[in-house]
Unconditional design. Structure first.
Length: 242
């Protein structure tokens, strides 16, 4: 059986780096996006040049029907998903009193609901063959919390809880579930903080710089191959958090 990965939110940033790292390690994969079609197609072209089979599929992971349809297409064209990387997520920096009910719900629907939908969609085959791997992308703010990030932090804390619970539940079926908790990673998502804030954050990190998406991808590849590791949250933050 061929290794087939679904990496959600993989048209850019951490997701794109994860997709490329997995392709170089031998995975065929589905690049999922919601808006950035051109970037997703450009990434797919690069990965096909490595000899990989690659699908590009648009789906909002908050939409269960869209996720189910995407997974059916993957199974039909590539084969069953053996590795799920739940990377798709959104973040907004707001004080708690400024968060609307719609903002709160949307963040939970994408960040946490997306994990739930994708896990349920790929799980039947994994249960059938007693094998599979799930890697959820959380955050250091899902381990420690952050000012003006209450909604985002709450979703990422929930992903840690989901990871540990699923690991215990699915281990008897041979399915491993782990998470990566990135620190401050140099992607489009954090540019809203401004250059001055980013430079200050870099000074606070013991390694003296922001992380790179490729360094998160390295952690995902490790967890995908670490056959005796489950229920773990691997922090990759340059020593930022104690």
């Amino acid at each position: 059986m061929r290794d087939v990965a679904l990496v959600t939110g993989s048209s850019r940033g951490i997701g794109a780096a994860v997709a490329e790292a997995l392709a170089r390690e031998g995975w065929d994969l589905c690049i999922n996006y919601i808006e950035q079609r051109e970037k997703a197609e450009a990434l797919a072209a690069r990965l096909r040049a490595l000899g990989r089979r690659v699908l590009v599929r648009q789906a909002d992971v908050a939409d269960r029907a869209a996720v189910d349809a995407m997974v059916r297409e993957i199974e039909a064209e590539l084969g069953p998903v053996t590795l799920l990387v739940n990377n798709a997520g959104i973040a907004r920096q707001m004080q708690i009193q400024d968060i609307s009910a719609e903002d709160w719900q949307r963040m939970f629907q994408v960040n946490l609901g997306g994990c739930f939908h994708c896990v349920q969609a790929v799980l039947p085959h994994m249960l059938h063959v007693h094998a599979g791997c799930i890697v959820n992308i959380s955050s250091i703010w899902g381990c420690h919390g952050a000012s003006c990030e209450s909604a985002y932090s709450s979703t990422k804390h929930a992903i840690v809880g989901l990871t540990r619970s699923l690991a215990a539940e699915l281990a008897p079926s041979g399915i491993r579930v782990n998470a990566v908790a990135p620190g401050v990673i140099d992607t489009d998502m954090i540019q809203v903080l401004g250059q001055e804030t980013l430079e200050q954050l870099a000074r606070e990190i013991p390694l003296g710089r922001l992380g790179r998406p490729e360094e998160i991808a390295q952690a995902v590849v490790y967890l995908a191959r670490a056959s005796y590791t489950t229920g773990q949250v691997l922090t990759v933050d340059g020593g930022f958090m104690p």
